[in-house]
Design a protein around this ligand. Structure first.
Ligand code: ADE
Length: 243
C-alpha cells in the first residue's frame, strides 16, 4: 500500500516509522511518504493561509499550495485512483469497519489541514480524480489533522496482511465483532492477593470461550451500551460494581 501525507508539519508523522508499522515500511509492505505543504508555495513567507471570505475568526488554508501538492502526488502516481482522506471534525466518524475497508485499498493520501480547515474548492476539485473521504476521529476538536491521520494510518496499517506477526490477534480484539474485548490476565496467578479467574486455568476451551463472550457482552453493556443491539439488553447486574 502507498500512503502519502501532506502537512505543514511533516516531521509530526515521524513516530509512525517506529515499531510494527516501521518494520512494514522497511519490509516494503507499506510505502510511506510525507510532503511539506510549504514546498508548494512560491512567496518569500511560504504562505499557506488567509482570512476566511465572509468574515469570522481564524484562518483558512489557501487552495493554491494544496492544488499543487495534490497535482504533484497525482503526477507521481501510476494513474490509479487514490483515496484522499481529509481529517476534519466535520467528517464521517472513523471506525474499525472503515479501517477494514481502507486496508484493502492501494493508495491513500492524507491531506492534513490546520487552522479552520482547507478551502472547500480543493476538496471539490480532488473529487474529480480521487475518492474523497472526510473523516473525524471523534466529537472533539484537535489543532490539526496530523494526529487524526496517524491514528488512522496505525489502525489501517495493522490490518494489512503481513504487518501484525500473528493475525489471530486481530480476530479477538475490541470492535472486531462489534463488542469490546474481554479482560486479559497473565502470570503470576496471584498478584497483590488478586487471583486470575479460576476458569482461565481450567483448560476447558469451550467454557473459557463462553466466559470471555459473556465478559465482552457485560463490558460493552456497561462501558459502551451504544454498541449493543436492542436484543442484547442491559441487565441490572451488569451495572453492579465488580460484576
Ligand atoms: N481535525 C481537528 N479535529 C479533528 C477530529 N476530531 N478528527 C479529525 N480531524 C480533526
Amino acid at each position: 500500500m502507498h500512503i502519502d501525507v501532506v502537512s505543514i508539519f511533516p516531521e509530526y508523522l515521524a513516530p509512525l516509522r517506529m515499531s510494527l508499522l516501521g518494520k512494514a515500511m522497511t519490509d516494503g509492505i507499506i510505502d510511506f511518504a510525507t510532503h511539506d505543504l510549504r514546498d508548494f508555495t512560491h512567496d518569500r513567507h511560504r504562505t499557506v493561509d488567509a482570512p476566511p471570505y465572509g468574515g469570522g475568526a481564524g484562518m483558512v488554508m489557501k487552495p493554491e499550495p494544496w492544488g499543487e501538492a495534490l497535482d504533484h502526488l497525482r503526477g507521481a502516481g501510476d494513474g490509479s485512483r487514490p483515496t484522499l482522506l481529509v481529517p476534519t471534525p466535520a467528517g464521517h466518524r472513523f471506525s474499525q469497519a472503515m479501517a477494514r475497508d481502507l486496508a484493502r485499498r492501494e493508495w491513500l493520501i492524507f491531506a492534513c489541514g490546520r487552522y479552520e480547515g482547507i478551502d472547500q474548492r480543493v476538496i471539490d476539485d480532488a473529487a474529480g480524480w480521487a475518492e474523497v473521504i472526510p473523516f473525524s476521529l471523534g466529537d472533539y476538536v484537535l489543532n490539526g489533522g496530523e494526529v487524526a491521520s496517524m491514528a488512522v494510518i496505525e489502525a489501517v496499517g495493522r490490518l494489512i496482511p503481513g504487518v501484525v506477526g500473528n493475525p489471530e490477534s486481530l480476530v479477538e480484539e475490541s470492535h472486531s465483532d462489534g463488542l469490546l474485548e474481554y479482560p486479559s490476565y497473565t502470570k503470576p496467578r496471584v498478584w497483590r492477593d488478586r487471583e486470575v479467574p479460576e476458569i482461565l486455568l481450567s483448560g476447558d476451551h469451550a467454557k473459557i470461550a463462553a466466559w470471555r463472550a459473556e465478559q465482552s457482552r457485560r463490558r460493552t453493556a456497561v462501558t459502551r451500551p451504544d454498541l449493543l443491539h436492542s436484543s442484547q439488553v442491559l441487565a441490572p447486574d451488569d451495572l453492579a460494581e465488580g460484576s
